[in-house]
Design a protein around this ligand. Structure first.
Ligand SMILES: [Zn+2]
Length: 91
């Protein structure tokens, strides 16, 4: 993991992420670990803690509730922005 990759991720999610996200959702059959319908993808190990952004093993399908429930406030805002396609404003 190097700094360039981290910076790219922090700037926002591109088409690579969009494709990967769909793969993860399909792999997990659109089910969150809590059993609810999942339409978001969460990192098992947060990027802030050194998790790999594009490693399928570090990604899991998550319902909105669980996705918002874990992680800090800033991470939530980042993820929310990514989900709705809002460009990062330098958080
Ligand atoms: Zn859930």
């Amino acid at each position: 993991m190097n700094r360039a990759q981290l910076t790219t991720t922090q700037r926002g999610y591109g088409s690579t992420w969009q494709r990967l996200r769909l793969q993860i959702l399909q792999r997990d059959r659109w089910r969150c670990t809590c059993g609810a319908y999942a339409d978001t993808v969460d990192h098992v190990i947060p990027l802030a803690e050194g998790g790999a952004p594009y490693d399928p093993q570090n990604l899991k399908a998550a319902c909105r509730h669980c996705n918002y429930a874990d992680g800090g406030r800033l991470a939530q805002r980042r993820r929310t922005a990514a989900k709705f396609g809002v460009p990062s404003r330098g958080w």
